[in-house]
Design a protein around this ligand. Structure first.
Ligand SMILES: [Fe+2]
Ligand SMILES: [Fe+2]
Length: 594
């Protein structure tokens, strides 16, 4: 069978290797292949092959077919045109491409009869093998085939690989062989041995069907004709090498090279190639912890989510419970109010994110929003655990507890969550293809609700409880919530930047939405007992500090998008102070001064 040059050369190389180590095996292999190899000899031609110590055969061609019959060694020619007598080693060497003149001169190869006819042997198919035999319906000696693998597989292919595969051919003609691959060496032995990585079982007759191509390896597996016990990859790899040895692996090798290139080009998708490794990266461009290097991609933000995952159910509230019990009723009411607006808010942002997820303009955006949806519900569960286990709310289930808290919320909270966020989420649900609407939604959700309002509020409460050793379980959980929120905001900035880069007119949409919402929504910072949203104190901070902190963070994020935001008086309900969020300690200063 003519194949590509590589296969033929490979077969010759294998035969040469075999001729040197196991000449008898090589000779037997050649004799076995004769019915296939001689198929192309001139019709009616007949010759004899005599091998020292192995036997003698008459090979007769019938045009496209050949018959090989064992005869008595040394007998007179009986219709054969000529006879070749030699030893196994010489036959193997000549068959593997050596010039026959040397052996002829030295007498190691003898030719008798009509010598000129012997020239026809040049038409023997040099690489006819077991597959051709099987195709001709001839018996194939499995022992020869398996033992020859040790020579057929190029040592170079096996570099870096170590495994053993045992083959059990079941039924008449069968047997068991183990092929040991050991980093540049292949050894074949009879028997199952021990600790094979895989055992492949197949009926001898089905194995012949595999060889002839009547049955493909995947079909054999699918139909249960091949059974593999143990590890499949070594079996696949060995199968590929066997094909390659016969020069029929070319298309698969090309596919492999093509896919290998593609794989390396695609490596690191979804942030899987972590170079700075930092799960401490906030993602949010308003954060000092954000390393230089621009905004994170959706895929990197997704990977950050996986790295930063945490468990609400494992937080320990045992100390928090004692702190709560010792607090007087009025102090509890204050805490319940500030925690409550987050608690109910987290559930709202979970439900209202669903329409965003459905309307996501790309798969990457959809993937990130799905992670955020999980985060927001985790936040709600964290607060619910605290409300139930620490505050001891009376209601018996999550939704009823939420109702109990929501009734205490004030006007600005309802403006933000009912009139703004729920309203736009509903519109997005109705018009999921409206990109401008989606942009307004992201401004409402990620920039205003999370960025300007939630972020400073949670920072205040985290610092306050942290500085005063209050509610440690809550503090720990809220820090984790804050970490998530920075990632959410980072997504919002990334998304708005991408949209604005493509469609600069969207910058106007963003600014308009900020002006529409912020002056009223920012009043959520104002506690119920204060009556002037432009002048109050909350958690040791004056309103101007809170507004200043919120405004500056917004300004940095908008700058990353390429937007210069309106001055504070157009966005904030009161004066701003850019001095930071340090707790004011007026008395401490006075005492130090006196
Ligand atoms: Fe949240
Ligand atoms: Fe969030």
């Amino acid at each position: 069978m003519a194949r590509n040059g590589d296969g033929s050369e490979g077969t010759q190389r294998a035969l040469r290797r075999m001729a040197e180590s196991e000449p008898e095996l090589a000779a037997r292999l050649i004799v076995q292949s004769l019915p296939a190899a001689a198929a192309k000899l001139p019709e009616g031609m007949s010759y004899r092959l005599e091998l020292d110590g192995l036997g003698a055969w008459t090979v007769s061609s019938f045009g496209g077919r050949a018959k090989v019959a064992e005869v008595l060694a040394g007998a007179d020619l009986n219709g054969e045109a000529f006879a070749i007598s030699t030893d196994a080693e010489t036959l193997a060497k000549v068959a593997s491409g050596r010039n026959p003149v040397g052996p002829l001169m030295s007498g190691r190869l003898k030719l008798r009869g009509r010598r000129r006819k012997a020239l026809a042997l040049r038409r023997l198919e040099a690489d006819a093998g077991p597959r051709d035999l099987a195709r001709l319906g001839q018996r194939v000696d499995a022992d020869l085939v398996f033992r020859s693998l040790a020579y057929a597989i190029e040592p170079e292919w096996t570099r870096g690989h170590r495994f053993t595969v045992a083959y059990q051919l079941v039924g008449e003609g069968g047997g068991t062989w183990r092929v040991e691959v050991d980093d540049g060496r292949v050894r074949v032995e009879r028997g199952l041995g021990e600790n094979a990585d895989a055992i492949v079982r197949i009926r001898y007759t089905d194995w012949l069907a595999l060889l002839s191509g009547e049955l493909t390896p995947p079909d054999a597996m699918r139909l249960g004709k091949t059974e593999v016990e143990g590890s499949i990859p070594p079996v696949t790899r060995l199968g590929r090498w066997i094909d390659r040895a016969e020069g029929i692996d070319g298309p698969e090798l090309e596919r492999e090279a093509r896919q290998r290139r593609r794989q390396s080009e695609n490596a690191g998708s979804w942030g899987s190639k972590v170079t700075d490794g930092a799960s401490g990266d906030a993602g949010d461009p308003a954060e000092s912890r954000r390393p230089r290097g621009g905004l994170m991609t959706y895929e990197q933000l997704y990977a950050l989510w996986e790295r930063q995952n945490w468990r609400a159910h494992e937080l320990d509230f045992s100390v928090d419970r004692e702190h709560w019990l010792v607090s007087p009723a009025e102090a509890q009411r204050h805490t319940a109010f500030s925690i409550g607006s987050f608690y109910v808010g987290e559930e709202r942002v979970t439900a209202d994110l669903a329409p965003f997820l459905l309307a996501a303009p790309s798969g990457e955006v959809e993937a990130f929003l799905a992670t955020q949806l999980v985060d927001e519900m985790r936040h709600a569960v964290f607060f619910d655990r605290w409300a139930s286990e620490v505050m001891g709310l009376e209601a018996g289930n999550f939704r009823e507890r939420l109702h109990e808290i929501e009734e205490r919320m004030l006007g600005p909270w309802h403006f933000l969550f009912d009139d703004s966020l729920r309203e736009i989420a509903n519109r997005i649900k109705d018009r999921p293809d409206d990109l401008e609407l989606f942009v307004e939604g992201i401004v409402t959700y990620h920039m205003v609700t999370e960025g300007v309002l939630a972020m400073p509020g949670q920072r205040l409460m985290i610092e306050y409880t942290g500085d005063h050793d209050l509610y440690p379980g809550f503090n720990q959980g809220f820090r984790l919530v804050e970490q998530d929120e920075h990632r959410h905001i980072a997504f919002g900035v990334r998304f708005l930047k991408d949209v604005c880069d493509e469609r600069p007119e969207m910058k106007g949409v963003i600014t308009r939405r900020l002006e529409e919402l912020l002056p009223m929504a920012a009043e959520v910072f104002c506690p119920p007992e204060a009556d002037d949203p432009s002048d109050f104190v909350s958690y040791g901070h004056h309103s101007s500090q809170i507004y200043g902190f919120a405004y500056q963070a917004l300004k940095r994020r908008m700058a990353a998008i390429g937007i210069k935001i309106p001055p504070p008086e157009r966005l904030m309900p009161g004066p701003v102070d850019f001095g930071g969020l340090a707790e004011r300690r007026v008395l401490a200063q006075e005492a130090a001064g006196s």
